[in-house]
Design a protein. Sequence first.
Length: 185
Amino acid sequence: MPTRRYDPVTISLHWIIALAVFAAYAIGLVREELPKGDFRAGLLTLHMSIGLLVIALTIMRIGWRAMTPAPKAIAAAPMAAFAARMAHLGLYGAMFAIPLIGLSAAWMKGRVVGLFSLVVIPSPFALDIALAKTLEDAHGVAAHAFMILAGGHALAAIGHHLVLRDATLARMVPFVTPRRSSPGA
Ligand code: HEM
Ligand code: HEM
């Protein structure tokens, strides 16, 4: 039976967003370790620009998802299906909340926020350094939690492919074929 994959737009958005999230996370961490200077400042501009792209792409993704429902779920134990649904909900929430918290922190600290230094997005907030600091800390902690959730999600997908041998991974990766046919896929 051929695998019923996610549509190409969903697959493309899924992988572009995943790449952007991992890049924003890695740049955020590396930057923290660098001495103050132009390079560190440039990395923050890059970090914020990639994060803003994540917000824009997530809006597109959710809009597309509303118009294009996911393929029928692969048969699974009710608890496993519930856990997957909750994990996906958590990932969608994180894709929005984490960059939005970073954005609010940057604005409240008076940082210039823009897309790759091309367009500056003016702040709707008054300066509030104390709240900005709290939001920056929350942004960092939430980003670490996001990576743990995304890591668990990736391990579950790979586990489906290698252990359960079903089509879960193949539905999101165009060049992967399931190791056996899956009811519902
Ligand atoms: C999915 C998107 C994002 C991820 C995964 C992410 C992740 C991170 C991480 C891991 C750090 C380092 C935190 C630490 O070590 O304490 C960081 C710092 C920071 N992020 Fe993000 N971030 C994202 C989006 C954004 C966006 C959209 C903005 C603002 C427009 C932003 C603004 C900042 C700022 C200002 C800092 C530095 C705070 C400081 O100097 O201590 N981030 N981010
Ligand atoms: C930051 C990284 C990631 C984020 C934010 C993310 C987010 C998501 C979300 C929200 C869904 C639900 C799609 C829907 O039905 O609307 C999904 C599905 C999926 N993701 Fe990810 N993902 C990430 C990384 C990965 C990685 C690294 C892998 C594999 C190694 C992966 C494999 C999959 C698969 C196979 C599905 C389909 C699951 C199913 O049909 O039940 N994802 N992802």
